[in-house]
Design a protein around this ligand. Structure first.
Ligand SMILES: NC(=O)c1ccc[n+]([C@@H]2O[C@H](COP(=O)([O-])OP(=O)(O)OC[C@H]3O[C@@H](n4cnc5c(N)ncnc54)[C@H](O)[C@@H]3O)[C@@H](O)[C@H]2O)c1
Length: 258
């Protein structure tokens, strides 16, 4: 454990598994107190066991971040326990591969509410505190699919592009108050979301190999790769970095020409 974030309070959404768990673990190892939110109660319990941190430094709460009343309840609870929040990582998200002809309004709303509206609501809940304390770091997890687009996932890609623009706008709005806002755009990262995607293919092993073969660095990313980026963006070394995107994709989108 290091003390880089000792005394800091960090909120991570979607922290029960995958990238969110990796980010929560990263901040915890760096000394922070972490509030871990997730819709999955069993997942949070298993994260609590896996992470092996004392309960007072890893506080879990079951919250569906797509629902306004749950965001209000969850964030108020956090502020009662930790009146000063220093870092907010909006990571919770769902993927949806549906082409336009099969994409119903309910699907669209679910993706937008979970991936984008949740971020607006979480930021709004902590914004008054950030303004009052004249500091605060927000890191929103977008995707390379929000930058470059992708086949067969118009709702997902639009929600992820929206995250980039929301982050840029909030960066400008918050700059005068010492608030920094950035997005991280992960490439292919080994997490349960990807496992589910492979499992839906006729040959899951071949599907994973296809992703691996696309990787210029010869490996698929890990949650720790994204956590390292989040730790940097939240650190004082990044004090002049706001309103931008950190792409962490092992050069997958660096060029369209092989
Ligand atoms: N894995 C990748 O390759 C990849 C690439 C680019 C972007 N991302 C983004 O990174 C983020 C994390 O992805 P992951 O791969 O770790 O996915 P994951 O499915 O492994 O984990 C997502 C977590 O978010 C939680 N969650 C889902 N809906 C929620 C809700 N309404 N309220 C609260 N929690 C909720 C889930 O329970 C889960 O624990 C997502 O926003 C995803 O779009 C992932």
């Amino acid at each position: 454990m290091t003390t880089r974030f000792a005394g800091r309070v960090v909120v991570v959404t979607g922290a029960a598994d995958g990238i969110g768990y990796g980010i929560a673990a990263g901040f915890l190892q760096a000394g922070a107190l972490v509030h871990a939110l997730d819709i999955n109660a069993a997942g949070l319990e298993s994260a609590q066991r896996r992470i092996g941190a004392p309960n007072e430094r890893f506080r879990t709460q079951v919250v569906d971040v797509s629902r306004p009343e749950e965001v209000t309840r969850g964030t108020q609870q956090i502020l009662r326990e930790s009146p000063q929040v220093d870092v907010l990582v909006n990571n919770a998200g769902i993927n949806m591969f549906k082409r336009l002809n099969e994409l119903e309004p309910g699907h669209w709303d679910r993706v937008m509410d979970t991936n984008l509206k949740s971020i607006y609501m979480m930021c709004k809940a902590f914004w008054p505190g950030f303004i009052q304390q004249r500091s605060g770091v927000i890191i929103n997890i977008s995707s390379i699919m929000g930058q470059a687009g992708g086949v067969g996932a118009p709702a997902y890609c639009s929600s992820k592009a929206g995250i980039i623009m929301l982050s840029r706008c909030l960066a400008k709005d918050g700059a005068g108050y010492g608030i920094r806002v950035n997005s991280i755009c992960p490439g292919y990262i080994d997490t349960p979301i990807m496992e589910r995607q492979y499992a839906e293919q006729p040959d899951p092993v071949a599907a994973r190999k296809q992703v691996l073969d696309k990787q210029p660095l010869g490996r698929i990313g890990t949650p720790r790769d994204i956590a390292n980026g989040a730790l940097f963006l939240a650190s004082d070394e990044a004090s002049f970095i706001s309103g931008t995107e950190l792409t962490i994709d092992g050069a997958v989108t660096a060029t369209q020409i092989d």
